[in-house]
Each structure stands twice: as structure tokens, then as C-alpha cells.
Write a protein that binds this ligand. Structure first.
Ligand SMILES: Nc1ncnc2c1ncn2[C@@H]1O[C@H](COP(=O)(O)OP(=O)(O)O)[C@@H](O)[C@H]1O
Ligand SMILES: [Mg+2]
Length: 282
């Protein structure tokens, strides 16, 4: 990867927040409106004895249909940031918007898949997928056809009547993705969703997720500390640094769509992997 392709936010020499925001905005999406906007977000955890600064001045926007990954070492504040987008936590300063509306609390417009995010154990796979649409009052027949669609997408038609405890880890995460997307959220938020899976299953899940993304045109905000995973999946990667958590650099991944496992051998893939490995070590 050439130096020119790297767009380090700090290296761009902008003085004020507004300019930094411009730098964080993807060039190719200047015509489309941002789906998610994170503006001047700071997060401090305050206890009686001390204050811990977890995130400092985060500015980032995510365009419609974009697949953006936040990559950073453990403890840099990735989950803290995603939890605020999910509405599970509030920023100390700054604001987060979805389609121009400030985020206060969780909503059906944001689907979530987390590493330890469990399915409802008392519901079957089909009932788990239909749960959100049912809450929203979708009629039974329509719900049935929706869950059929998702069971086929995640290739679990044979497991429609199974309960979560009968499924492998990979299968459970497939159901979790289907359940989140069956709600037709504006954005899918994923926090290290494949972190607990073995290497082979993890790659299968990544391929399935890409297929789903390309087909459904879902907007995805994905979080990982896995460089390989970030490059394979993303259109854009934002790298976070620690002490306190901040955005350090941004890369466009210029590999073609319809990626399969062999894209990992592509010279651009390997070059970006080398550069990111170097960046995360420093
Ligand atoms: N509720 C909390 N109270 C105090 N500190 C927290 C809390 N949640 C997270 N932190 C701290 O904030 C930092 C970032 O955590 P986290 O967002 O989980 O990082 P990551 O997901 O990148 O591993 C860590 O140092 C963590 O200990
Ligand atoms: Mg985390």
C-alpha cells in the first residue's frame, strides 16, 4: 500500500474539529447522506476516586450501504463507542446521530450482533428470527415467509425447529445475524461477533456475512481487533489507538466486491495487512 493511499487523520494537519470531520468522511460518499454520524464524542468513566478517559474526540460518519470496520487493540474503546451507537451508553461530550436524529437509547433501527449476544434459549431458531417482526405486529404468514427467507440465507432450513442449545457456535451467530436483519434495521452493529469461533468457522462466517451484505445492501459497522478480518470484510477501515482511545488512521480497502477466500493472497491485501500490523504495533 502506497503512502498516498493511507489517509492518516492526524497527518492531514487540520486545525479544527470541523476539518477533522471532513477528513473522516469518505470521499466517494460526499453526495450521499451519512447514516450514522459521530460528532466530537468524548467518553469519561467517572467513579468516586478517579476519572478514566476512554475516548477522546471521535469524529466519524458512516454512509448508507457502507461496510466500515473499526480496528484497534483490546482496551482502546471500540466496544464503548459501539455501545453508544447502539444507545446502550451516552457520551460525556458530543453527539451521535442516525439519519440526522440524535441517538438516545436503543431502537429497532439498529440491529446488534455481539460476541456473547445470546439467542432466546426458550425459542426455536424460527421463533428467534421472527421475534422482532412479531413484536412489530407483522402478520403470521408474512412472518413465516420472512423467516423462510432468512433460514435459507443462513442455510439453516433444517434447523428451523431446533433450539439454540442444539446449535454450534457458528450456527448460533448465523441465527443472531438473521434475527438482527429480519427487523430490517438501518444499520447492523457487530462487536467482534466471530471472536469466539475457530479459524475455519470464522472464515465461513465472514464469507456468509459478505454475501448477505452484498445482497441486502445493509449498512454495517463492524468492530474487530483482527487485521485479516477487517481487510477481508470492509470497504473502509478506521484504526483506533489507545491512551485515550482515539481515531488514528483511515484506509480505503480497494479490493473488488464478491471477495472469496483467495483474496487473502492478493498483493494489495498482503500490503495492507503488513501496514496495519506495523501501525498496531506502535
Ligand atoms: N463501565 C466502565 N467503567 C469504567 N471503565 C470502563 C467501563 N467500560 C469500559 N471501561 C474501560 O474503557 C476502556 C475501553 O474499554 P472497551 O470499550 O471495552 O475496549 P475494547 O472494546 O476496545 O477492548 C478499557 O480500559 C475499559 O477498562
Ligand atoms: Mg470490546
Amino acid at each position: 500500500m502506497s503512502q498516498a493511499a493511507r489517509r492518516s487523520i492526524q497527518d492531514m494537519g487540520f486545525e479544527d474539529k470541523a476539518s477533522i470531520k471532513e477528513a473522516a468522511r469518505p470521499v466517494q460518499q460526499s453526495a450521499t447522506r451519512a447514516r450514522i454520524e459521530i460528532q466530537g464524542v468524548h467518553k469519561r468513566y467517572v467513579s468516586r476516586k478517579s476519572t478514566f478517559e476512554a475516548l477522546r474526540d471521535i469524529n466519524l460518519s458512516l454512509g448508507s450501504n457502507e461496510f466500515l470496520t473499526i480496528l484497534g487493540p483490546s482496551g482502546c474503546g471500540k466496544s464503548t463507542l459501539l455501545r453508544m451507537v447502539a444507545g446502550l451508553d451516552e457520551p460525556t461530550e458530543g453527539q451521535l446521530l442516525i439519519d440526522g436524529e440524535e441517538i438516545h437509547g436503543p431502537g429497532a433501527d439498529r440491529g446488534m450482533v455481539f460476541q456473547g449476544y445470546t439467542l432466546f434459549p426458550w425459542l426455536t431458531v424460527r421463533e428467534n428470527i421472527e421475534y422482532g417482526p412479531k413484536l412489530q405486529g407483522m402478520p403470521t404468514l408474512e412472518r413465516r415467509s420472512l423467516s423462510n427467507h432468512w433460514l435459507s440465507v443462513i442455510r439453516l432450513e433444517q434447523f428451523a425447529q431446533a433450539y439454540p442449545k442444539q446449535l454450534s457456535g457458528g450456527m448460533k451467530q448465523r441465527v443472531a445475524i438473521a434475527r438482527a436483519l429480519a427487523n430490517r434495521p438501518k444499520v447492523l452493529l457487530m462487536d467482534e461477533p466471530f471472536g469466539a469461533l475457530d479459524a475455519q468457522t470464522k472464515q465461513e462466517m465472514q464469507e456468509m456475512l459478505l454475501e448477505v451484505w452484498e445482497r441486502e445492501k445493509t449498512t454495517v459497522l463492524f468492530i474487530t481487533h483482527d487485521i485479516d478480518e477487517a481487510i477481508f470484510l470492509s470497504q473502509r477501515i478506521v484504526v483506533m489507538g489507545t491512551g485515550p482511545g482515539h481515531l488514528a488512521a483511515e484506509y480505503e480497502v480497494k479490493l473488488p466486491e464478491g471477495r472469496t477466500a483467495d483474496v487473502r493472497e492478493h498483493p494489495d491485501f498482503l500490503a495492507l495487512k503488513r501496514e496495519l500490523s506495523h501501525l498496531l504495533k506502535h
